[in-house]
Design a binder for this molecule. Sequence first.
Ligand code: BEZ
Length: 211
Amino acid sequence: MALRLGDIAPDFTAETTEGNINWHEYLGDGWGVLFSHPADYTPVCTTELGMAAKLKAEFEKRNVKMAAVSVDPLEDHKGWINDINETQGCTVNYPIIADPDKTVATAYDMIHPNADDKATVRSVFVIGPDKKLKLSITYPASTGRNFNEILRVIDSLQLTAKHKVATPVNWQDGEDCIVVPALSDEEAEKLFTKGIRKIKPYLRYTPQPNK
Ligand code: BEZ
């Protein structure tokens, strides 16, 4: 069955380009992003894994560890990294999981047979420090992902885990947030000392509380 938000992200042990890892141990007390790609030595995937490498410092700033995965064997991953580094001007510096027996792909429901019965689709899973699934997004093979969007969502997930706010459409870190409907006006005014802007009883903004 497909993984749902709030489910424990399945643990696994796998060979990767950075040695064998146990997924939950690798994540430790931090956040994780697991993203699958359809196949090594393909153009869109080359650009995606290059961008992930260039943004690694941004993920680290947020205490997020990354790993990529496909059903290709370890030797293919290792050879392809040279092409990614050469063509994308980066150094791939996170593990790429080799999953030829589809253990990870099956556990995370990354193979969608009506799209392709052999390769993983472009899945993204964000996992919290409690090992629970916080976000999943699925893209088709033909569409490369936007890794800045993944960082943006992580900013929202980390903020809303700690503060009684939600984030509105197209929100970026530093912008005004929405007061959660469960708080009364009185409670919100006490909690958010920078003030409340009330547009409708259910639509109330406050400056980002942790800035
Ligand atoms: C790509 O990464 O370019 C790709 C992979 C599988 C199917 C189509 C495109």
